[in-house]
Design a binder for this molecule. Structure first.
Ligand SMILES: Nc1ncnc2c1ncn2[C@@H]1O[C@H](COP(=O)(O)OP(=O)(O)OP(=O)(O)O)[C@@H](O)[C@H]1O
Ligand SMILES: [Mg+2]
Length: 356
């Protein structure tokens, strides 16, 4: 396993930037995820690490070695592409062995390595099966085995679960995580699925339009997003606009357009917020942090939407100038109907303040 340093890297396609000023260090053995919407530059960054693109500007290092312009086959990386890129008429073993043959290992050595990795991805008895006789999840594991069998310093995975159904996605996500932590290989994972990113990663880089928006642990990104884009992208949230009305010690008050005052804690603010009275502020409130009944920040509103998901009851509550998505767990016996009034509250700690 190796450390990956990306030093101030940009990639231009003609006049357009695919990626701009990306600066980050991925630790040896870390599970690191690039997360962001379509076109934000995830694959471009991954391809520069793999050597399929050279940066227009900046440097890429594996440990101390400058690999910026090194050919892909000299980097000792394993890569799984979105469509797996397996050879459909070849067997599982022939597919897995491909990278070892290119590297000129002996026949017995190849078979030993292939057998071992096949066990690791739980395909022990599938060596002679053709790829087109496998399920999507099994094919995914062959692609993973093929990338891992060469014992890469760095494993690159570009949306490897996107072809799978929801249940298989979750199972395979757990498998990838298990194999990665057993082998301890530095792994860079690309996805636009925030749940997947949160569940798998040691750290996440959120990207937008070729730029880094935020780098942090799943908890940091979820609870302390730097701006509205990140807050919205990482899970569901309610964003309410208001004006900073008062600060008293650690307490802060924000007034909404309909005159409602929310009270929260100053420390629960994005670092970008300047805390000047009269500033425009956005309050981020996660649906699951809203509770039934009265308490801090009590509100009453009308229900405009109800949904039962099995885990929770979700409401949309119209509070005049704003509506709130509310997610209630363990309140199935008293599900309310559209048109009914509901009283809810939000603890001071559950408000998070963002700038414009
Ligand atoms: N070879 C190329 N030539 C020109 N523009 C490109 C090329 N590759 C990528 N781009 C542009 O660079 C930007 C970033 O693309 P990239 O493929 O990195 O996005 P992405 O984050 O992987 O998106 P997705 O989630 O859709 O895969 C996009 O605007 C894309 O159109
Ligand atoms: Mg992509």
């Amino acid at each position: 396993m190796k450390r990956v340093t990306i030093e101030n890297v940009s990639k231009q396609f003609g006049q357009l930037y695919g990626v701009k000023d990306v600066d980050l260090e991925i630790k040896a053995g870390e599970f690191f995820t690039f997360l962001g919407p379509s076109g934000c530059g995830k694959t471009t960054t991954l391809r520069m690490i793999a050597g399929f693109y050279y940066p227009t500007k900046g440097k890429i290092l594996f440990d101390e070695q400058d690999v910026t312009r090194l050919q892909p086959n000299k980097r000792n990386i394993g890569m799984v592409f979105q469509n797996y890129a397996l050879f459909p008429h070849m067997t599982v073993d022939e597919n897995i062995a491909f990278g070892l043959q290119v590297r000129k290992f002996s026949k017995t050595e190849i078979q030993r390595k292939v057998d071992r990795i096949r066990r690791q991805v739980h395909l022990s008895n599938y060596g002679d099966r053709k790829i087109n006789e496998l399920s999507g999840g099994q094919q995914q594991r062959v692609a993973l085995a093929r990338a891992l069998v060469i014992e890469p310093d760095i494993l690159l995975l570009d949306e490897p679960l996107s072809n799978l159904d929801a249940k298989l996605r979750e199972e395979t996500r757990i498998e990838i995580k298990r194999i990665q932590s057993e082998l301890g290989v530095t792994t860079i994972y690309v996805t636009h699925d925030q749940m997947e990113a949160m569940a798998m990663s040691d750290r996440i880089m959120v990207m937008e339009n070729g730029y880094i928006k935020q780098i942090g642990t799943p908890q940091e990104i979820y609870h302390r997003p730097v701006d509205r884009f990140v807050a919205n992208f990482i899970g569901e949230t309610n964003l309410i606009e208001g004006i900073l009305e008062a600060i008293e010690g650690e307490e802060i008050q924000v007034k909404t357009a309909n005159g409602h005052i929310f009270t929260g804690r100053k420390q629960q603010s994005s670092p970008a917020l300047t805390h000047m009275i009269g500033d425009k502020v956005f309050i981020s409130i996660r649906p699951e942090s809203i509770h039934l009944g009265t308490g801090d920040n009590t509100l009453t509103g009308k229900i405009t939407f109800v949904e039962f998901t099995g885990i929770s009851v979700n409401y949309i509550v119209d509070c005049n100038a704003f509506s709130l998505k509310v997610m209630l767990i363990n309140s199935y016996d008293q599900i309310k109907k559209i048109g009914e009034d509901i009283t809810i509250h939000i603890t001071h700690d559950s408000l998070y303040f963002l700038g414009e």
